[in-house]
Every structure is written in structure tokens, then in C-alpha cells.
Design a protein around this ligand. Structure first.
Ligand SMILES: [Zn+2]
Length: 290
């Protein structure tokens, strides 16, 4: 009898257009992509009916989820670093600490972002001992940010571009300078005249400002939940370290400080430490407004 009742119910749900999976399980998990390339993101959405707090783990790290006020719909981002190894990786979802885990398999694929060969005067490439020591110190300061325990999410809804200009330096491209391979481009370069206002891409807290050898005047915003954005080669910084900023707030202006060939904005994003293409964050999060 019970089975007949269930079949009748499924038939009714199918006719009514309500997804059957929701009726049969307590949760509904949706991933925007099951195949992710290096430097890309997948958006995870989880629907729960009974007030549970889903726990998501991706590549050994906790994924910080944001929910609606009713706590029925949860979202988060799974990032794959630019240099992550290809292969299968599972997203692990639990509805409670002691509950059973559900594994959703994901596949990471390599992506060819291209190579650029540059010839520069050798004295522009070789750093003297003093500069090298400075660069090492500055790298340690920024690395500490990526390694810090993530704070609770401050971001909300979709992410925006910091300046309207198009991409003039693509993400992930490798440079070979005077025949020697260099590290790949870990952000995008956006077109912008000197003085163009730079806007915070979402709500967050300014965790670091400074003037580094390569980045020039820069700002790092922590959006919480393991998402950070950074803005390099600025002409002016108009925020203070520790300040809370809202999405769209002006944090400074475009310049060519540090090692830059001309005015532009280098914009980078990290998600749980993974260096991803910032435009992925704008694209994937735009689905949140629907
Ligand atoms: Zn750049």
C-alpha cells in the first residue's frame, strides 16, 4: 500500500513540475559545473528543508557557505588553483557533523592559457640583492594573508568588476622573458586611464594596503568566507587598513605604480587560497541575482 501511495505522490509531483529529488531526499545539491579547469570556479547551491546546516569540504578545505535568512538555501564557491593538478576530486557534503556524507565527483582539467615571449634589457629582469630581499619580505607579508583562517562571509550576492575597462592582459598567461619561463599571470589586467576610480567588488574589510616592488600601491579586501580580492598598480589609495567597505565603494584610482608598463588595473581574486580568474567570480555569482 505504502509503495502505491509513494508512486501516486511521485506522479503528482512530476505533473506539478516540482523536482522529484527534493521530495525524496532531505536536500537538493546543485553544482554549476562538474568539470572545472585550472583557475575556474564552480558554484554550489544546497537546498535544505529541515533547518540543517550543510557542511561542505572541497580539496581538504571547508567551504564557507552563505544562506538566505530562512536558512533553506545555501551557496558557496569551489575554486581550483591556476596550477592545481588535473584529475578527479570529490566534493563532500554532510547535513550535520555526525550525518552520512554524500560525495559528488568533480573533474579538474588542465587549461592552456597561452604563452607570451618577451625580450627585455637584462638589467630590468635581474634584481639586485637589496631588491630581492625586499621582494621576499613583501611576498611573506601577502602569503600570510592567504594562509590565515577565513573569517565568516561578509560578501552578499553578486560580485562586480572594479573598473569598466576590458581585459588587456589575460589571466593565466605564462611569460617567457629572455628565454626564461616566469610565473603565470595570477590576475587580469583591466584597461583604465590614470585616475579612473576603482570600486570594491563586494562587501568586505580592507585587510592590507601598501607599496610593494612589483604591485606598487595596492589594496587587499577580505570578503570573508575565504574570498579575497586585490588591486595593484594604483595611483592613489583611498581606504584605510581595517576599514569596512561596501560593494561599489571607491577604494582608490588606477595608476602605474610598481612594475607596470603603463596605467592599468591588475585585479586578482583568491577563493580558499586558490588563484582563480576574477571574471569567473563575476560570471558565476551573477546567477545569484536570478
Ligand atoms: Zn597583471
Amino acid at each position: 500500500m505504502k509503495n502505491i501511495a509513494l508512486l501516486v505522490m511521485i506522479g503528482f509531483l512530476m505533473l506539478s513540475g516540482i523536482p522529484v529529488t527534493m521530495a525524496l531526499s532531505q536536500s537538493d545539491i546543485h553544482l554549476s559545473a562538474r568539470v572545472i579547469h585550472q583557475g575556474e570556479l564552480s558554484l554550489i547551491r544546497i537546498h535544505v528543508e529541515n533547518g540543517e546546516t550543510p557542511l561542505v569540504t572541497w580539496m581538504g578545505e571547508k567551504v564557507h557557505l552563505v544562506s538566505n535568512p530562512e536558512k533553506t538555501d545555501w551557496i558557496g564557491f569551489l575554486g581550483v588553483d591556476l596550477t592545481a593538478g588535473p584529475g578527479r576530486n570529490d566534493v563532500v557534503v554532510k547535513m550535520s557533523d555526525s550525518g552520512p556524507e554524500q560525495r559528488l565527483n568533480m573533474e579538474i582539467r588542465e587549461k592552456d592559457y597561452g604563452v607570451r615571449n618577451l625580450t627585455l634589457p637584462q638589467n630590468m629582469v635581474d634584481l639586485d640583492a637589496e631588491t630581492l630581499a625586499r621582494v621576499r619580505k613583501e611576498t611573506a607579508v601577502t602569503n600570510a594573508l592567504w594562509e590565515a583562517e577565513p573569517s565568516s562571509p561578509l560578501w552578499d550576492g553578486s560580485f562586480m568588476k572594479p573598473v569598466p575597462g576590458e581585459v588587456i592582459g589575460p589571466f593565466g598567461r605564462r611569460s617567457v622573458i629572455n628565454g626564461h619561463p616566469r610565473s603565470p599571470h595570477t590576475g587580469v589586467d583591466l584597461r583604465g586611464k590614470k585616475g579612473t576610480p576603482i570600486k570594491a567588488i563586494n562587501d568586505g574589510r580592507v585587510v592590507l594596503t601598501g607599496d610593494h616592488f612589483f604591485s606598487g600601491l595596492f589594496v587587499v579586501i577580505d570578503h570573508g568566507g575565504g574570498i579575497q580580492s586585490m588591486y595593484f598598480h594604483m595611483d592613489k589609495i583611498q581606504v584605510q587598513q581595517g576599514e569596512m567597505v561596501e560593494k561599489g565603494a571607491i577604494i582608490g584610482s588606477v595608476g602605474s605604480t610598481g612594475r607596470a608598463t603603463g596605467p592599468h588595473l591588475h585585479w586578482g581574486v583568491r577563493v580558499n587560497g586558490a588563484r582563480i580568474d576574477p571574471s569567473q567570480l563575476v560570471d558565476k555569482s551573477s546567477q545569484l541575482e536570478e
